[in-house]
Design a protein around this ligand. Sequence first.
Ligand SMILES: Cc1ncc(C[n+]2csc(CCOP(=O)(O)OP(=O)(O)O)c2C)c(N)n1
Ligand SMILES: [Mg+2]
Length: 328
Amino acid sequence: MKEKQLTSDFQVRLFTRMVLIRTFEEKIVALCRESYQLPGMQILANGQEAVATGVVSALEPDDIIVSNHRSHGHLLARGADLNSLMAEIMAKADGVNHGKAGTLHLSVPEINAPMTSTVVGAGPPLAVGAAFAQQYQALNGVTVVFFGDGAAAEGSVHEAMNLSGIWKLPILFVCENNGWAGAQRFEEHSAARQIHKRAQGYDMPGQSVDGNDVEAVYHLSLELLEHCRSGKGPAFMETMTYRMRGHGEQDHQHYVNPEELEAWALKCPIIRYRRALLNAGILDKNKIQRIEQDAEARVAAAVAFGDASPYPESDTAMTDVFVQAFNS
Ligand SMILES: Cc1ncc(C[n+]2csc(CCOP(=O)(O)OP(=O)(O)O)c2C)c(N)n1
Ligand SMILES: [Mg+2]
């Protein structure tokens, strides 16, 4: 059971986790800038670390997460091994998927993150399948699915919400409203100004939260997960946040108003939380430095691990691709 009253140890863990995610992804930025051979489009969640950290920290071990193209933070928050994650992003043989997934299709079953899908809106229907299995087999867990504001307009997401509402499935829909879908502003692609209000149409509670406030995200996650766990069916959370970098690392955000970016930079979830923990006397500058240095060291070790790993042999191309069919 997760605590509602946060201990200072837990608060430091929330902070440490966000710093690790930011450091990991900033390393990827640096590798891209050095024209390092990172295959695939690098899609990062700089500025959205509080969503991944707040939601995932409220989960129990049996819970499942289904992620999307902006997945690194979700997986790191869930405890993915840094070395094999970085090696996979480099498409190396020692990667978590032996180099077959790359950055966009990561799957880490050992942390109950069976899949990420870069097909926009494809995660929620698959999460419905996972939640149905949990309900059908009377398992304990809840399935949490992360998707964007753009995905929220896809028919597949509405169908997933409808079906989970009908069947009262244990699923938490987490919409990361980061203001953009590619180069389209939220206001240009969504008729609904408050996406969470759609939840009512599918007979589930829907709430929004400041997605740059890690503790607020954690508390609302606990509340909505409790609803899902108690057999009352699905719930919907809209996290209001901002995509601080381009859609992918090739995108230089020429269409973004710099003043808007500057305003959101002031709301950085890590800077805000660092300030709060300093003011509360929970962290001091030395402790923060140690946390940052530790993250740097772990990420540097992950890059070294990925560098040392070979590319996969061509004769492994078809291994681990198909599941064994029933009765075969
Ligand atoms: C079905 C489909 N259509 C289009 C794309 C191209 N695409 C990838 S991400 C993206 C924007 C998604 O926006 P949003 O759901 O808000 O997520 P964000 O990128 O902001 O995290 C688009 C259009 C895709 N991958 N899949
Ligand atoms: Mg978006």
